[in-house]
Write a new protein. Structure first.
Length: 148
């Protein structure tokens, strides 16, 4: 009978490797970064509104996504939620949708984005209608002033 070979059999024993190979994780992270960079500009679609500039400090961001009501240069209304945010709305339909949204989440912030070329009266009329729809407070969106 032949004796069984020793467990060591003359070769040095290798210790188990206790390091994590991070190269595959880096590859996945780079792919995700590229995907997010490509899709981020597509997430917000809206109506082209030329906002007025104002030298004011930004207000703190409210909790959750604000409800944005837009008035374009022709005085048409748009709402940031719904089936088609790019479709213009009539005043009564806009107010019913705003009231519905505020009925579901009463503390939601409402912001008005008015084009700089829209008559001032149209924005004031919108703010009065929002008040009638039950909006307690309305914020106005502007562009930061250049150089300030």
């Amino acid at each position: 009978m032949r004796p069984l070979p020793a467990a060591n059999s003359g070769r040095p024993r290798r210790k188990p490797m206790a390091e994590i190979n991070v190269v595959p994780y880096i590859d996945v992270m780079l792919v995700l970064l590229v995907i997010f960079m490509v899709t981020a500009p597509l997430l917000y679609q809206g109506v082209k509104v030329d906002l007025p500039e104002a030298a004011a400090d930004p207000v703190p961001q409210p909790e959750g996504e604000p409800l944005i009501v837009e008035v374009d240069a022709e005085g048409r209304y748009y709402l940031s939620v719904g089936e088609d945010p790019d479709a213009p709305l009539e005043g009564a339909e806009l107010m019913s949708r705003v009231a519905t949204v505020l009925g579901r989440s009463p503390g939601q912030a409402v912001l008005v984005r008015g084009d700089r070329n829209v008559p001032y009266g149209r924005v004031v009329e919108l703010m009065a209608r929002l008040k009638q729809a039950g909006v307690p407070q309305v914020g106005l969106l502007t562009q930061p002033a250049e150089g300030g």
